[in-house]
Design a protein around this ligand. Structure first.
Ligand code: CP3
Length: 341
């Protein structure tokens, strides 16, 4: 039995004394112990070695104390499993040597056997569950099909993913074929993660906000909806669309258990757009963790008052930045634990 089920209670919309808290990208980056492992092992070795993934996943639970763990891995492992090679280059970030630019290339993309190609993630889930020993729930995740297409086609990170968008607008049939292959793989992958023991899953649509609302409904949302439809009976699904406040209304009717919000949308607007019933997650500006600690704590309490303590999961509006001092991350989490309404 879970010792701390606040996060699952909030996902169900149950009344709580205080909201749960976790931070996107909490496993890594700003933690000195993580940097030591980073110096020894390259990025995908850390992802592919269950012992390392477990150690990194549990690190913030021991050192910062959030109410949920997120498995250390990456959204891009799904592309690798589909035989689209991905490297992590220092100073560049994700690097795809042979980006997908034609329908011939799309037809060569495979729908992989999950156990064969992503078995190491499933092993990491099982090993992490043992290490967590029911202290907090474990979140599994995947990138949205659109966000994965962005990397597969652009070939690397980008401010506007212009090549990826150009591919969708000039070769829509090929784009939809690729999006569907990624969707089918993601559904199979997340179902296996559920079997391996995660308590909830989050879909990261990090680049959804680069699309116009109209194009979002063509190239991103329908595929996320397929993922929700396939998983919602089995497990709570959280959808985080960066810059996607315009889609909150549609998302609130999707069967997702919670919706992520970034810091450009007020709590009031997010509640209004999402209809007031669904659990929301967010939305502290990650750079705000650079404020002095008393300011962080006051900001967190103000944010909880604005979202309301129920149907709410405290989080950042995007991933934690590498330059955040650990005591500032801890102050963010402590502020939530100190909250009395
Ligand atoms: O949340 C967690 O701590 C779990 C681990 C996690 C990582 N990536 C580890 C990681 C998660 C949930 C992700 C998701 C991810 N990966 C997203 C969606 C979330 C978001 O922030 O929008 C995206 C877009 C990626 C792709 C990716 N991976 C990028 C753009 C980069 C390089 C830039 C960066 O953020 O540093 C990565 C590398 C990566 N993934 C690192 C970590 C800890 C840093 C590199 C390293 O440790 O060597």
């Amino acid at each position: 039995m879970l010792k701390n089920d606040l996060f699952l209670k909030a996902l169900k919309g149950e009344t709580v004394n205080r909201p749960p808290v976790w931070m996107m990208r909490q496993a890594g980056r700003y933690l000195p112990d993580f940097m030591k492992l980073k110096a020894k092992y390259d990025f995908f070795t850390r992802c592919q070695t269950p012992e390392l993934a477990t150690e990194i996943t549990v690190m913030p639970i021991d050192q910062v104390g959030p109410d949920a763990a997120i498995l250390f891995s990456d959204i891009l492992v799904v592309l690798q499993a589909m035989q689209i090679p991905v490297e992590m280059k220092d100073g560049v970030g994700p690097w795809i040597p042979n980006p997908i630019r034609s329908s011939e290339q799309v037809s060569q993309v495979i729908a992989p056997d999950i156990h064969e190609h992503l078995g190491y993630v499933l092993d990491a889930v099982k090993m992490t569950q043992q290490a967590l020993n029911e202290r907090v729930p474990l979140i599994g995740f995947a990138g949205s099909p659109w966000t994965l297409l962005c990397y597969a086609v652009q070939g690397q990170g980008s401010k506007n993913f212009d090549i990826a968008k150009g591919f969708c607008f000039s070769q829509p049939e090929a784009a939809h074929a690729l999006l569907q292959k990624i969707t089918d793989t993601t559904i199979a992958y997340l179902k296996e993660k559920v079997k391996a023991g995660v308590h909830a899953v989050q879909v990261f649509d990090s680049w959804g906000g680069l699309l116009s609302p109209e194009d979002y409904n063509i190239f991103s949302w329908p595929y996320i909806q397929q993922i929700i439809d396939a998983l919602k009976e089995e497990i709570p699904v959280i959808v985080f669309g960066k810059g996607c406040w315009f889609a909150l209304h549609e998302m609130s009717r999707s069967g997702a258990s919670a919706l992520g919000v970034d810091w450009t949308c007020t709590a009031r607007n997010a509640r209004y757009l999402s209809g007031g019933q669904i659990t929301l997650q967010g939305n502290f500006d990650p750079s705000r963790l650079l404020s002095p600690i008393p300011k962080i704590k006051a900001g967190v309490h103000k944010m909880i008052n604005e979202f309301g303590k129920d149907r709410y999961i405290v989080n950042l509006g995007h991933g934690i930045l590498p330059n955040i001092p650990v005591d500032h991350a801890k102050a963010f989490v402590d502020a939530v634990k100190e909250y009395t309404h």
